[in-house]
Design a protein around this ligand. Structure first.
Ligand code: FES
Length: 110
């Protein structure tokens, strides 16, 4: 494992994507969000009840305002902050994973 979680050119601007990564020895699902050359990453775990945010692997719901909506009970998260702005975990936030873009690859930043 060399910490590469995705290739930048596989990510669409503004469209959440799913990727797998090993973090602290655990296989984790991540949500990646690209904005130009920048990528934000979060654990694909909802702070409400710990469910995945996508309704099928890699299929994320976005509201008309561009918020990420948890498929389980509808919590809405502002992007790219990851803050829950509506729903059952309002005021909580997605857990951010530090990543860096280098040579067209998204890598874990540690
Ligand atoms: S688990 Fe996401 S809103 Fe309940």
């Amino acid at each position: 494992m060399n910490g590469v979680v995705a290739k930048l050119d596989q990510l669409q601007d503004g469209q959440p994507a799913e990727a797998e990564a090993v973090i602290d020895g655990e296989a984790e699902s991540l949500v990646l969000l690209r904005a130009g050359d920048r990528v934000d990453a979060f654990l694909n775990i909802c702070p409400h009840a710990g469910r995945r945010l996508d309704w099928a692997p890699g299929k994320f719901l976005l509201s008309r305002e561009g918020h990420l909506v948890c498929a389980a009970h509808g919590a809405s998260f502002a992007l790219p902050s990851g803050e829950c702005i509506a729903g059952p975990c309002k005021g909580d936030a997605l857990r951010r994973v530090d990543v860096a873009v280098q040579d067209g690859e998204v890598r874990l930043a540690r």
